[in-house]
Write a protein that binds this ligand. Structure first.
Ligand SMILES: [Zn+2]
Length: 94
């Protein structure tokens, strides 16, 4: 009777617990790989972190906030716009 209990109740529970822990470790390994891939794929032309000093202005093309002291600017009809990158500046048609 005890043997029956072990085979029918405890063994499935044990198998389930093992499978669950294996499944979890696989998911965590997958997440780690994804994070590493994201870090590696960061483009070199990414906008620099906001520099100290200068106001924050919104890039009208992509919506990124950029510092007026470190960003590219372009004056259109007397109004100065600030851009995160040369691509955004060239794409803007004022
Ligand atoms: Zn931009």
């Amino acid at each position: 009777m005890l043997r029956y209990l072990i085979l029918e109740v405890l063994l499935p529970l044990l198998v389930f617990a093992i499978l669950r822990s294996v499944f979890r470790s696989v998911i965590q390994a997958g997440r780690t790989v994804t994070n590493a891939a994201r870090t590696a794929q960061t483009p070199p032309s990414a906008p620099p972190p906001v520099a100290a000093g200068g106001e924050l202005r919104k890039d009208p093309v992509c919506g990124t906030y950029v510092s007026t002291s470190s960003s590219l600017s372009r004056t259109v009809k007397g109004q100065t716009f600030y851009f995160c990158s040369a691509e955004c500046r060239d794409r803007y048609r004022g």
